[in-house]
Design a protein around this ligand. Structure first.
Ligand SMILES: CC(C)(COP(=O)(O)OP(=O)(O)OC[C@H]1O[C@@H](n2cnc3c(N)ncnc32)[C@H](O)[C@@H]1OP(=O)(O)O)[C@@H](O)C(=O)NCCC(=O)NCCS
Length: 150
């Protein structure tokens, strides 16, 4: 599937249904900063045009790398369970990291659910903190990837 997945910047509204279903058990899925003009909302679409994966990237200080010059946070990462494991998440993260690098970002970080740590490791992230609990969601680990050289 990877070659048939396309990634594009979309309005936040297009990301909310998948974010809600996958990450908020059907509940409200808005996050602070969603409407900030600097926030980049991304969707990966399959060949038939359906949204397979969503996430957002926004400039934000990294809790574990205060020296980072231009850190960005990856949040709200969710793939439709029907197409999980077929490359939509990889396509979206690759595209997102390239967009951040093009904007001068030097680091991307995330609060990774423990169940997703392996995915982020495959995408080049490293665990730098945790585990720590996020109330109502579960255990997380802090992960970062440096964009130097991209
Ligand atoms: C984590 C998630 C976003 C991954 O998306 P995806 O579209 O299934 O990922 P891909 O198909 O692009 O997978 C890329 C690689 O990571 C691996 N992978 C995917 N999910 C993984 C996981 N949870 N743990 C370990 N490896 C994983 C794939 O097997 C694939 O490996 P490969 O390099 O050997 O081919 C998706 O499983 C998801 O939405 N999970 C529930 C919500 C969630 O946890 N979001 C993250 C919150 S921090």
């Amino acid at each position: 599937m990877p070659s048939t997945v396309t990634v594009e910047r979309v309005p936040v509204e297009l990301t909310l249904p998948l974010r809600s279903a996958v990450l908020r058990d059907g509940g409200p899925a808005g996050m602070p900063g969603d409407d900030d003009p600097a926030t980049v909302h991304l969707a990966a679409r399959t060949a038939d045009g359906r949204i397979a994966c969503v996430a957002r990237l926004s400039p934000a200080p990294c809790p574990w790398r205060p020296e980072a010059r231009a850190p960005w946070q990856l949040r709200g990462m969710a793939t439709d369970p029907a197409v999980r494991g077929s490359g939509a998440g990889r396509a979206l993260v690759r595209d997102g990291l390239a967009r951040v690098a093009a904007r001068g970002g030097d680091l991307v970080w995330c609060d990774a659910r423990e169940t997703a740590v392996g995915f982020y490791e495959r995408m080049g992230f490293t665990v730098v903190a945790g585990p720590y609990d996020k109330p109502g969601i579960g255990r997380h680990r802090g992960m970062v990837t440096d964009l130097g050289g991209r």
